[in-house]
Design a protein around this ligand. Sequence first.
Ligand code: ZN
Length: 359
Amino acid sequence: MKHTKFTIVLLLAMLPLLAMAKGKKDTRLVIISIDGLRWQEVFSGAEENLLMDSKQVRNPKGYRELYWRNTPEERRQILMPFVWSTVAQKGILIGNRDKNSMMDVANKTNISYPGYCEMMTGMVDDAITSNNPVDNPHRNVLEAANEDARYKGKVVMYGSWQSTRYAIHNEKAGIPACVSYEPNVCKKQTKRLQMVDRLMAGMPHYWRSEHFDAFTYAYALETLLNDHPKVMWISFGDCDEWGHSRKYDLYLDGANATDAFIRDIYQTLESNRFYRGKTTYIITCDHGRGFANEWANHGSSTKGSDATWFMMLGKGVEAKGETSECGPFYTKQIAATIANVLGITFTPDDGAQLSPIVQ
Ligand SMILES: [Zn+2]
């Protein structure tokens, strides 16, 4: 009798721990990166001088109607309505420098591939200085997830740009990945996916090493619904490409379209039994861009292009909304944030354990 009572007390004491373990076990994570989208547009919407420049916007009057409003709050709402409704209400946003919410890349290049390597490996390797498509030599957090029994074979990536897959050396890590005009990697093929493959193959290959984000979105969503991966990295790229071309109209359209893609992914997963209430979402970028007319550029010589931003919502994320007076946080802390969400141990190759951005 005494023994039974003791057992019951012990079991009751263990309940929170068991619940926590179960919660971790049931976690799904969607990481979304938007290449080179500036914090300026995310937090303040369109910039007036750029919007009115007929060299950078095809139809300034029409685009002003689309994206110009009198206050930064209205402008950002019209540009990225999902971010400024759902994420702002249910999640956390970091990186508005006008409110001293600071986040930067720690690498000195301020370009994409070193940014993605920093994000996924949790460290900076000063030898990685180019965007060349070569495998990142360091262990990354998605690889660590794929080695954990809970996530093994359930980690997938879709990216628009060719070099993104090398940031997680996906072949060596055994992580299926589809980038830059490659066919989808969904295990359960559907007619819809095959149609998207054909559409992409038949579209003009406008950029040499990067396909349009619409395909990345379609592949990612279909794969989530058909294969039920537990961890997915979706890497969008249109904004950076239009930025380099100085097409501010298409850059804004890219931000607006990406916001709609993210809304659809979020709403679809939150109405799906496998993902609903069990999924955490991280949304971030790989680097910033310059100020004012330098907006088209980024890199070590472009002032301000080290500035990044970060958002998180979904399972386990407190609704803190837009933050102020915090940081600086660094992109290299994203790996620790991912590990924390998934409940896995991850030590970067440089041995430095960083704190998650959001606990
Ligand atoms: Zn770029």
